[in-house]
Design a protein around this ligand. Structure first.
Ligand code: OGA
Ligand code: MN
Length: 207
C-alpha cells in the first residue's frame, strides 16, 4: 500500500528526539479516518478522557484535559484504521532496525477536542511506569488554518517554558517524540480538533 520511506523521520528522532512529518498518509485515508471518528462520536462512541492512571474524570481534571477518546481495538478496526495500523507497524520496524528501540506494541486512541478544549502541559509516561517510549500523533483535520489554533506545543528543555516548537494539527501531519523527554501541551482551538494518538511501548520490566 505504501512504500514511503521513514528514513528522515527516524533520523530526526535519533538527532533531535522529535520529528514533524507532513503528509504521512494520503488525503483520502485521512478523510476516511476523520469521517469515521466524527460518526463514532455522534453515536456516543467516545468518552471523556482522564489523566494519569485514574479512570474518573473529576471537575479538577476537566481543566487539565478536555478531549474525548476511543481506544482502537485491532479486531474491530475499519479498513481505514487497518491501513493506519499497517503504516505504524512499518514505522515500528524501521525504528527497531535503525535505533534498536525494542518497540513491542502500539496502543492507539482517537481523540476529539471540542472547540476551546485543551490538554495542559504534561509528560506521556506515567510516574513509575516507563513502557511508553515513543508518542505518535496523526492529525485528521482538513484545511486547518493558523487562526484555528489548536497547536501542539513541544517544550524542548524539560519543564522550562522556552524554547518550544509549535505544531499545527493539519490533516496528514504525524508528530513523533520520545515520550520520556518532552513535556507538551495542546492549545485551545476554534474548531473541533481530531487526531489518532499512538504510543509505542516496550515490554514492561516491572513485575
Ligand atoms: C496526548 C497528547 C497531543 C495532541 O494525547 O497525550 O499530548 O496534539 N496529544 O493531540
Ligand atoms: Mn501527551
Amino acid at each position: 500500500m505504501n512504500a514511503r520511506s521513514n528514513d528522515l523521520l527516524v533520523d530526526a528522532i535519533a538527532n533531535d528526539g522529535y520529528a514533524i512529518t507532513p503528509d504521512f498518509l494520503l488525503p483520502p485515508l485521512i478523510k476516511a479516518l476523520a469521517d469515521e471518528a466524527r460518526a463514532l462520536h455522534a453515536q456516543g462512541g467516545l468518552q471523556a478522557a482522564t489523566t494519569g492512571l485514574s479512570s474518573r474524570r473529576s471537575a479538577d481534571n476537566m481543566g487539565l484535559r478536555g478531549d474525548f477518546i476511543h481506544w482502537l481495538e485491532e479486531e474491530e478496526a475499519s479498513t481505514a484504521q487497518r491501513d493506519y495500523l499497517t503504516a505504524m507497524r512499518q514505522l515500528q520496524q524501521d525504528f527497531n532496525q535503525a535505533l534498536f528501540m525494542g518497540l513491542f506494541e502500539l496502543e492507539t486512541h482517537l481523540a476529539i477536542y471540542p472547540p476551546g478544549a485543551v490538554y495542559r502541559k504534561h509528560l506521556d509516561q506515567f510516574q513509575g511506569r516507563d513502557e511508553r517510549q515513543l508518542s505518535c500523533i496523526l492529525y485528521l483535520n482538513e484545511d486547518w488554518q493558523p487562526d484555528d489554533g489548536g497547536t501542539l506545543r513541544i517544550y524542548l528543555n524539560g519543564n522550562a517554558s522556552e524554547p518550544y516548537v509549535d505544531v499545527s494539527p493539519t490533516g496528514g501531519t504525524l508528530v513523533t517524540f520520545l515520550s520520556a523527554r518532552f513535556m507538551h501541551e495542546v492549545m485551545p482551538s476554534r474548531r473541533e480538533r481530531i487526531s489518532l494518538t499512538g504510543w509505542f511501548r516496550t515490554r514492561s520490566t516491572s513485575l
